[in-house]
Each structure stands twice: as C-alpha cells, then as structure tokens.
Design a protein. Structure first.
Length: 158
C-alpha cells in the first residue's frame, strides 16, 4: 500500500532537502532526509526482489504487467529515480548511489527472465514524452560513475 505514496513522499523530501555545508557529503546518511530517501528506495526495491525470490511469472495484458503490485513497484521505482535525478538539490553521488541499487536489481531481474519489469523501470526513467537535456547529461554522468562490474549483464545473475 505504501508504494502509492512513495513518489509524493520523495517529492516532499526533495523540496525540503537542504544539506548544510557542514554535513559530510561522503557519509551515506549525512542528513535525516538521506535516511528516508534510502528507506524509500530500499522498500521499493524489496518488492521487486520478492518477485525474483518467489519466481513470479509475469503476464502483460491490457497494457499492464500482472500481478499488478509487482508491475506497479517497477513503475514507481523508475519514477523515483527520475524524480531524484531531476532534483538540483540532490548531489550526483546520492543519485549515483540509488542508480547503482537499481542497476544491481536490474541485473537480478534480467537473470531470472523478468525483463518486463526492467522495461517498466526504463519507461519511467526515460519517458516517451521526453526529458530535458540537463537530465540526460546528469543521467549519463551518474550512470558512468556506477561501478562497471555492476553494469555488466552477468553481474547480478547468481
């Protein structure tokens, strides 16, 4: 049920997010908001990891992925990542950290044949309606900073 609220929660957090200059940016959880951002992403990812663990079979009908909670969690995860990458007050390192988590998850999904979920994440991360040039640049920069071993198609298959 909380999946429905994650986007709104993250949006409100981002609007209030103002790390002080004295906060240690290299620390993973330098502010209370960093902890909440991490928790939101981790919970959303756990929904999709459960689909991997339970060997969920996906069906696409009426333009939706079934079972709906699994498909919806992939959609939300892509939206969350896009929202974070669009936020100017979130550091690149924070975006890269979350992108790395999604990349590891993507490798797991691919490894068990759940490509439809990866496609759903990507559709939200890079929507058909287009994205701004600054967003494209930031996405490319953050993705290039993800550990290359995590971007390998075989790194998550275990």
């Amino acid at each position: 049920m909380w999946l429905r609220y994650y986007y709104t929660l993250l949006d409100h957090i981002i609007k209030k997010y103002q790390p002080s200059s004295t906060a240690n940016q290299s620390d993973n959880l330098s502010t209370r908001y960093d902890y909440l951002i991490d928790a939101i992403f981790n919970k959303c990812i756990s929904w999709l990891e459960a689909a991997v663990d339970k060997k969920t079979k996906l069906v696409e009908k009426d333009g939706r992925i079934w079972p709906i909670p699994v498909g919806f969690s992939a959609k939300v995860l892509g939206e969350l990542l896009r929202l974070m990458l669009q936020a100017e007050n979130i550091t690149d390192s924070r975006c890269t950290e979350q992108l790395a988590k999604v990349t590891r998850l993507s490798n797991k999904l691919e490894g068990v044949g759940l490509q439809l979920l990866n496609q759903e994440i990507a559709n939200e991360l890079i929507p058909d309606w287009g994205i701004e040039q600054n967003y494209k640049i930031r996405l490319k920069k953050c993705f290039s900073e993800v550990d290359p071993s995590e971007t390998s198609a075989y790194s998550g298959a275990s």
